[in-house]
Design a protein around this ligand. Sequence first.
Ligand SMILES: [Zn+2]
Length: 130
Amino acid sequence: MKPEHRKYYNKLLAEREYLQQMIQLEEGERVELSTASETGDEVDVSVVANLREYTITRVDQDRQRLRLVEEALQRIEEGEYGYCLNCGQPISPKRLEALPWARYCVKCQELKERGLLKEEEETEEDMATG
Ligand SMILES: [Zn+2]
């Protein structure tokens, strides 16, 4: 690991822990909500359904973030951290400071948000624990 990446690494570790806790909590909520909807009377069902949808969205977002965090940790370990995955240009320290899991430079991120960036297919990776 490059010494200048140490602070991002620590941030990412903290973020990973936070996200894992959130996901666990949200998963728990989801289970509770799904049992609630089975027993619920008609009025509550739509509320529960909305809530459940909200929770699912949140879990998905957190999961996605967690994946980015884990990718970033891996890039740090491999010494490839800090470069845009699309154009290969260095990502500005300011951006990394705010979003240590950023995969793209600001320019490419914009393209991505406009749907103009081709992303690789997601690959299922085995959990690398330890
Ligand atoms: Zn870029």
